[in-house]
Ligand binder design. Structure first.
Ligand code: SF4
Length: 472
């Protein structure tokens, strides 16, 4: 029985509710009046229910779809402004005891090279990331209690935060590891992590169990209830996502939004971020084996609908997607991207070789961070290396009202400009520096509060004179 406030996965992601919703969406997909009224409601920036969003997804009227895309762009601009926050994944270990059929780390893959970073290697990877200009990481590791126990992850976090190379620093470590206990989530919180990220993969329980035939991840409920345990353990910024292409995209979008509604209903805090990965080629994985693989155009529509349904959330796209798709997604509400990622264990120091393949997936966007930064600048976006919110205690229920009202922009805009300035001074090529300086000049005018603008200008001067790490 569907119950948004239940603590049981089978209730808050009720299969019957999803099927009813999809039926309702199909029945109303040509109901222009209803769709028009949903778009009008979305324009108030207060979000949509899973039912309303599903109707929009089912709609195939070009004119109405164009309205949704324009609205998604407008909402992203209203809440987060022009800034696009950068992050990089750091793969710690690809040892894994699970059997996920879509992931090359699955335990039965005997031809992938297994590797786990030593602390020395973590240090070297961190320095390589700092030398590119990164300030925010997402740690990735397979599930293996012997090779990658929580203590190992905690040790890596400590190592990463301890390294200050030249002007570099990793200021925020997000963590993407397997579902675990409340006690372990508390330990992660105490280690100073930013967001805890866990992708659901698929919300269809039956399909989930088939796709995870063995290993601890087989337990759908334990996995689906992980965010509740994370919240109970004190982590109030959690990141959701599904791997689009495992089940039908309409089912997944509905489940994803029901999950967001559940977190909001129970904890008063929805997902801090939503990622939109989809099945992509990798060692031992052929996209053609997945009949639900999502075409580009549909994927873009999903991005737009998540943005208008959950306006306050950070939306993430990785280098799985091509430059072209990333560009389109930025226009539809994406607010965070990875840049110059390596999806291999140790790949920032030692580039991948065919004999020693440890990658989780093939990247489509292989540009350098400098190239991606300049690309953003030339499109009018502000590349941001900001990590301010969680360091200022703006997490969970302190962050959400600011994001919902758009007041967060008073922090995002100056912080983006100040962290971009650091990047330009310390890491950028000459061309990027010139383009970036011009953008900063222009974007200073878009800081609404005069006092904040004045302080930002003073801080930009201080950065020029060698000081670092200013934030609102
Ligand atoms: S001010 Fe907060 S929300 Fe805005 S970019 Fe910085 S950390 Fe993110």
């Amino acid at each position: 029985m569907y119950d948004v406030k239940s603590m049981r996965a089978d209730d808050f992601i009720d299969d019957g509710e999803i099927l009813n919703t999809l039926e309702y969406a199909q029945a109303n997909k040509n109901n222009k009046e209803l769709i028009g009224s949903i778009i009008e409601k979305a324009a108030e920036c207060k979000g949509l229910t899973h039912r309303e969003a599903s109707v929009l997804l089912a709609c195939d009227d070009d004119e109405l779809n164009e309205k949704m895309y324009a609205l998604a762009k407008q909402i992203k601009q209203k809440i987060y402004g022009s800034r696009i926050v950068f992050f990089a994944p750091l793969y710690l270990s690809n040892y894994c005891i699970n059997s996920c059929v879509y992931c090359p780390y699955h335990v039965k893959n005997k031809h992938i090279c297994r590797k786990k970073l030593t602390q020395e290697e973590v240090k070297a990877e961190t320095i390589a990331l700092q030398d590119m200009g990164h300030k925010r990481l997402a740690l990735e590791a397979g599930e293996d209690p012997v090779n990658n126990p929580l203590e190992y992850i905690l040790e890596c976090i400590k190592t990463i935060y301890s390294i200050k190379h030249k002007n570099g620093a990793i200021r925020r470590v997000n963590v993407n590891i397997a579902a675990t206990t409340v006690e372990n989530y508390t330990k992660l919180k105490e280690a100073g992590i930013g967001t805890y990220i866990l992708f659901q993969e698929t919300y269809n329980k039956k399909h989930y169990e088939e796709l995870h035939p063995a290993g601890p991840k087989h337990d759908y409920c334990y996995h689906t209830e992980a965010m509740d345990r994370a919240m109970q353990g004190g982590i109030d910024d959690v990141g959701l996502g599904v791997l689009f292409g495992l089940d039908t995209y309409a089912y997944e979008l509905c489940g994803l939004l029901m999950h967001a509604e559940h977190l909001e209903a129970v904890f008063g805090v929805g997902p801090h971020t939503i990622s939109v990965p989809r099945i992509c080629p990798a060692d031992d994985i052929d996209v053609d084996d997945f009949s639900n693989a999502v075409p580009d155009e549909t994927w873009r529509k999903i991005v737009a609908i998540i943005r208008i349904a959950v306006p306050y959330t950070g939306m993430i796209v990785s280098t799985r997607e091509s430059e072209e798709n990333r560009k389109a997604a930025l226009e539809l509400g994406i607010s965070q991207i990875s840049g110059a990622s390596s999806t291999s264990v140790g790949g920032y120091v030692r580039p991948e070789s065919p004999e020693e393949n440890t990658a989780q997936f093939d990247r489509s966007d292989t540009r350098t961070l400098d190239e991606v930064s300049d690309w953003l600048i030339r499109m009018g976006y502000i590349p941001s290396f900001c990590t301010a919110c969680y360091r200022e205690g703006r997490t969970g229920d302190r962050f959400m009202p600011l994001a919902k009202s758009g007041a967060i922009q008073n922090c995002c805009q100056p912080n983006a400009l100040m962290t971009l300035k650091e990047y330009l001074m310390d890491y950028a090529s000459e061309q990027t520096r010139l383009d970036g300086e011009a953008l900063i000049e222009k974007e200073l005018n878009n800081i609404p509060n005069e006092n904040v603008r004045r302080i930002t200008i003073e801080n930009l001067k201080k950065i020029e004179n060698g000081e670092r790490d200013f934030r609102f």
